[in-house]
Design a protein around this ligand. Structure first.
Ligand code: TXA
Ligand code: MG
Length: 314
């Protein structure tokens, strides 16, 4: 059952309690309602993808109450700090190098070495982030492929029964998602146009490259999308000579690592990127065989990422 919570002290306290228990809670931001979960827990993050029925694991934006909390998760250079001072709190998301000791789930960044960070300006979002004391991953709170929700009724229409709670603070003000800006070594890149016009960013930080043509970047289109050094062979019911074997389910008891010995797709999704990183380090440029994953529920997203990781590279 999805709890309807009023955005008062009691409602915010209950929302924080559910989040700390690994639950999913839809929360208001100044742009759209986000579907939040503890960004440090892979199972909680996997539950976001399951609730949205998302067919691939896009990296998610991590929300924090202020720049101080953001600096614990990512490396800020002078450009990043200047942008944060100018536009936070507000609808600007910065993509920055993730700190090694950030504690963030690998699933939230889809295995990337970078992390997208945002400090929302909605007072209820700020209060909940402070109360929970954890960074929250939050994509828009709608089923995959549907419109982003700008009030709690939209959230209920799409996700009733699939999430733990919605924190109702009335309609959001902006209705368009945050601007996503990559702060990369070779300059600033507009990854998604949004609530902060690019002209305002350029006025403060200089020229911004529109390298993606203004389209939302799916992770498979990101230059830096996760590809292991090892080659991957999919749908492998057993390993061949010299291959490491990434298993799934009880039939793969002999695997080097098993995404979920019981065959649970939420658990498998939560383990996916960390498992690939670990086997990749052990394979040292060799090969990894991956057991078949059912093409249903979160299995679709797992297979999407595996196919991208296995695709030939230039
Ligand atoms: O306004 C918003 O930004 C809303 C509210 C809820 O805060 N959130 C939102 O989040 O739109 P989400 O998770 O749907 O945005 C995810 C997008 C990805 O599809 C990708 O384009 C970009 O953020 N992204 C996330 N992490 C990235 C990374 N490490 N590198 C490049 N792009 C990244
Ligand atoms: Mg969305």
């Amino acid at each position: 059952m999805t709890e309807r919570l009023t955005a008062d002290d009691a409602g915010i306290a209950r929302a924080a309690e559910l989040l700390l228990a690994g639950g999913t809670v839809a929360l208001p931001t100044e742009t759209v309602y986000g579907l939040g979960a503890d960004a440090t827990r892979s199972n909680a993050v996997a539950a976001i993808f399951a609730a949205k029925n998302r067919p691939s694991f896009n990296p998610l934006i991590v929300h924090v109450p202020a720049r101080e909390e953001a600096e614990a998760l990512a490396l800020f250079d002078d450009r990043a700090r200047q942008l944060a001072r100018a536009f936070w709190p507000g609808p600007l998301t910065l993509v920055l190098p993730r700190k090694a000791a950030s504690g963030l789930s690998e699933l939230v960044t889809a295995g990337l070495p970078s992390v997208a960070l945002r400090v929302p300006s909605h007072p209820v979002a700020t209060a909940l982030l402070r109360r929970a004391g954890r960074p929250l991953a939050a994509p828009s709170a709608n089923p995959s492929g549907r419109l982003s929700p700008t009030d709690a009724a939209h959230v209920i229409d799409g996700l009733d029964g699939r999430i733990d709670a919605v924190l109702d603070a009335g309609p959001t003000q902006r209705g368009v998602e945050s601007t996503i800006l990559g702060v990369f070594a070779d300059g600033l890149h507009l990854l998604r146009p949004g609530g902060v016009p690019v002209e305002q960013i350029e006025a403060i930080a200089g020229p911004v490259q529109h390298s993606t043509g203004g389209q939302i970047t799916a992770p498979g289109q990101l230059a830096s999308h996760y590809a292991p050094g090892a080659s991957l062979r999919l749908n492998a019911t057993q390993p061949q000579e010299g291959e490491l074997w990434l298993g799934f389910g009880p039939d793969a008891a002999a695997a080097d690592l098993n995404l979920s010995p019981s065959g649970d797709l939420v658990e498998a999704a939560a383990n996916l990127f960390a498992a690939l990183h670990r086997l990749d380090a052990r394979a040292a440029g060799g090969a990894i065989a991956v057991a078949p994953i059912p093409e249903s529920g979160l299995g679709c997203a797992i297979n999407d990422r595996l196919r991208r990781a296995a695709a030939p590279r230039s």
